[in-house]
Design a binder for this molecule. Sequence first.
Ligand SMILES: *Cc1c(COP(=O)(O)O)cnc(C)c1O
Length: 394
Amino acid sequence: MSTNVKSSPLMPTYNRFPLSIVKGKGSKVWDQQGVEYLDYTSGIATCNLGHVPNVVKEKLEDQLQSLWHCSNLYHIPVQEQLATLLVENSVFDQVFFCNSGAEANEAAIKLARRYAQKVKETDAYEIVTFTQSFHGRTLASLSATGQEKLQAGFYPLLPGFRYLPYNNLPALEELVAEQTCAVLLELVQGEGGVVPADPEWIAEIVQLCEKHGLLLMVDEIQTGMGRTGTLFAYEQYGIKPDVVSLAKGLGSGFPIGAILANEKAAKGFEPGTHGSTFGGNPLAAAAGLATVEHMVTSNVIQQAKEIGQYLAEELQVVQETFKHVETIRGRGLLQGMVMKDQAIKVVDKMREHQILILTAGPNVVRILPPFTTTKEEVDHFIQVLKLVLGELDS
Ligand SMILES: *Cc1c(COP(=O)(O)O)cnc(C)c1O
């Protein structure tokens, strides 16, 4: 159902659910009438620490008292602290900050091209991405996105992208062409249907990138910041990408994006080659710093991993019980329930029972609880899910 009536002052870019959310705390949100909902969307994998987490709120409030904005023409200590923390907890050496996921991928695309053209002194420019991927809505990140339905009407796209089928080992024979400079991929496709990458397929890509000197760039905008049970999903594949892009969970809901690169790839940028007015500004950096500090010093990611395992086990039981459910797949607290018919029916019915979840494509239900969700909340979610699926099966 759409609330985008003609009189709306907003452009109709979203088919909005008939719900106006005005408040959030932890796993809960409240609508304008004060009705409470269990939020298992986390603002699409963004409010990983729950809504309005105290650790982040306090740091933001402090920052609000001292400095809101300052140009990147000056040193911004809080931004440098956040970069240091990200570098110390990853396989990367340097960070570039921006404001969103699409902008992070935009930076990665520019870095890959400039690295090929100015550091390696080749004329390579092509970046290989994969079908059903999602990399954002700006023209470059949309061109990287392997989904025609999102690209339709926006032609001509930016040249220099080639799409191969995801998780398809034989197709990797075509990975390397003369103009290829990089590969960009998600380790669990989020929007594309919660599809984890096959480790053998990833190992082959890593090998080909090494052999042919291609940059391996991983879009961790949805999978990063603990969502899959480790700070970054690449840790679970035992790989060392050259670049990752981050956004969503990085600021606990405050807009911030970033790319992290190793020393080699980071050479692609020099002073004056890329920039952003707001990127890593003091408020955004404070939110990011509080978020990452909490994630690396507390057991919250371990908690996400354990509760994710519990959720996955419970969903498995659901799958075995209801004929409408085909499979369960995902990692950590990024779980997908593949349906034999439309996923939106489940999402709508769950909302009637005050539980918010999402779809990921036409037939996948996507479940993204905050890391702080309790076993009791998972049990309640599963109980209502069984009720809803029972109604659909009958
Ligand atoms: C959400 C998302 C993006 C785009 O992020 P925005 O902040 O909406 O621009 C890119 N890649 C992946 C994998 C995402 O999940």
